[in-house]
Ligand binder design. Sequence first.
Ligand SMILES: *[C@@H]1O[C@H](CO)[C@@H](O)[C@H](O)[C@H]1NC(C)=O
Ligand SMILES: *[C@@H]1O[C@H](CO)[C@@H](O)[C@H](O)[C@H]1NC(C)=O
Ligand SMILES: *[C@@H]1O[C@H](CO)[C@@H](O)[C@H](O)[C@H]1NC(C)=O
Ligand SMILES: *[C@@H]1O[C@H](CO)[C@@H](O)[C@H](O)[C@H]1NC(C)=O
Length: 408
Amino acid sequence: MELWVSWATLMCFTHWIALTAADRTVQVDPPTDIHVSDPGHLGHVYIHWTTPASLKNIPECSVRYQLQFYDTYRGDWTGIRTSRLSYSAQFDLMKPIRVRLRTLLRGKCTNGTEIQSEEVELIQEPDLKGTAGSRITGFNCVYYKWEYMDCTWESGPDQPPHSQLYLYYWHREMGESEECPQYLYSDGVRKGCRFPRQSLLEYSDFNVCVNGSSPANALRPAFFSLQVQMHVKPAVVMSLALTEVSNTTLHLEWTMPEGLVPEHCLEYEVETRGGDEAKWVWRYTNMTEETTFEVPSVDQSERICCRVRSRVHNLCADIGFWSDWSQPECMPDPVSDTNQPSQVTYVLDMKLIMALTIVLIVVFLLSLSLWIFRKMWMNRKDLKGVLWTLVSAKDAQINTPTSSPCVL
Ligand SMILES: *[C@@H]1O[C@H](CO)[C@@H](O)[C@H](O)[C@H]1NC(C)=O
Ligand SMILES: *[C@@H]1O[C@H](CO)[C@@H](O)[C@H](O)[C@H]1NC(C)=O
Ligand SMILES: *[C@@H]1O[C@H](CO)[C@@H](O)[C@H](O)[C@H]1NC(C)=O
Ligand SMILES: *[C@@H]1O[C@H](CO)[C@@H](O)[C@H](O)[C@H]1NC(C)=O
């Protein structure tokens, strides 16, 4: 309603200006020769125009222009005022480019008031190749740990057979667009692109075009423009430590996830659960910018578990992806850190005892067979005697276990 009223006021005002202008017979023409030039920056184009001939020699008045263009990515009109004769803006090149321009005149020649020309509009239709169904779908980019970005896509429903896809990208620090540094494949088909950090530029338009060729038909190219810092997914938070502060409070501490996300750009979500282990639910969800958290109102009989995940804070990016959840850290923990070393030692001891026993048994059996062999050699003729000796030797072994058979 308010908007409508102010719009109406503006219309009246414009009408009044127009009348005043008519009274003073100052003729304001709209800009001429409006055109769009595309330097091949995948959607970053330049809009040019020229001053109307009637306003070229008016020294006591300043000429400015009001430019409006339809932002194909936001789906809305955007406007600026400038005294220049060109402006660069970002467009989806598969959609019509729509630009509206007016001349604004102000100064002595208009008695201090601003006079606007009529509006002129330019609509430039895109040069469409291929069918709509040959265009890729599901384009999605994730900037892992602020270290590398993976952009993936799916083939269009109508993609011609034996197509080869290409990805090109551009940002303002590049002279020309370049092809994908490392394609990602699925079943031998290009399904994505990996950008190392050096190829990216944060806080700037990052333009991407996925086009393709096939022996049969042309493929419809797809254009995207993104801000890479809005696609960050931090690594999993590691090394959680839960300690008891008082009988009702626990202190949770963790370290920053690995990766290149600046420390001040991270925020964390802590989830806490407790109570009946059979029907555990994450009960509390708290946000923090610190890497510590006080877990409140702990019932001492309960087992408490916490887990943490992180994302980029809205100081650094409007949106971002949550990291995966950390492993939960619990208290009291049956296999706590203090118990673990002693358990390890115990396991080691058991292994050592078993190994020693086996070695002893082997040595004993070896010595025994050697001794029998020697006896057999000495009393080859009397087999019965050997067997008898063996039995008595066994008896002797049982009776005097400390004596070594090798000495005999
Ligand atoms: C400018 O407008 C004012 C009042 O609207 C008028 O008094 C004055 O004479 C005008 N000056 C010129 C140069 O037209
Ligand atoms: C894909 O786009 C790039 C960059 O604009 C261009 O150089 C290339 O020729 C295009 N390829 C096809 C097959 O259209
Ligand atoms: C917790 O400690 C306070 C004193 O530090 C004591 O008064 C209270 O009874 C304790 N609560 C439990 C549940 O042990
Ligand atoms: C955590 O969140 C719970 C509710 O979800 C709230 O009652 C509690 O005060 C929060 N704790 C902190 C430390 O912010």
